[in-house]
Write a protein that binds this ligand. Sequence first.
Ligand code: AMP
Length: 189
Amino acid sequence: MSLNIMLLGLPGVGKGTQAAKIVEKYNLPHISTGDMFRAAMANETELGLKAKSFMDAGNLVPDEVTNGIVAERLAEEDTKPGFILDGFPRNLEQAHALEDMLSKEDRSLDAVVYFTADTEVLVDRMMARGRADDTPEVIKNRLDVNGKLTEPIAEYYAEKGILHKIDGARELDVVFADVKKLLDSLKNG
Ligand code: AMP
């Protein structure tokens, strides 16, 4: 039984913290496209150079580049028992590409975990940890923009019947208890 999971959620919802806890408990590889791009940039690889201009401008790296690095990563043996995708897919094209790469090997996503919280909670959390120049208005706009990208992804997986919403506004251990319940039920499937 595999545990092929994707994490979805807006900035400030605690997705990164939950990802770290899942990785620790379930010993699955964490595949974060943002982390992969940042590492490539730090190492000044060809991929890093390709991604840099897009990342610096806050734009998405082109799908063909992003899909390529995910396909390479998912081809590695350590992903066979399962994986935690984080930050990918970001749009429906990427979602379709993911399905293609997985179905070629008779794999598929088992669950999309969607961490939710009201905008006010997210704004408060980002203000608390964020930069001095982050005004509530700017943060709110960033959340609106991200929300517009996230909703269609959530709907897509809801239609497939694998979307699981978890209230991310609560204390992190309480949130993780729900995550564990879900992943254990999938594991024991
Ligand atoms: P993140 O850490 O997930 O916020 O990603 C940081 C940056 O990496 C984004 O602003 C994009 O430029 C790029 N990136 C990460 N994931 C993707 C993706 N799935 N598709 C395109 N670009 C991405």
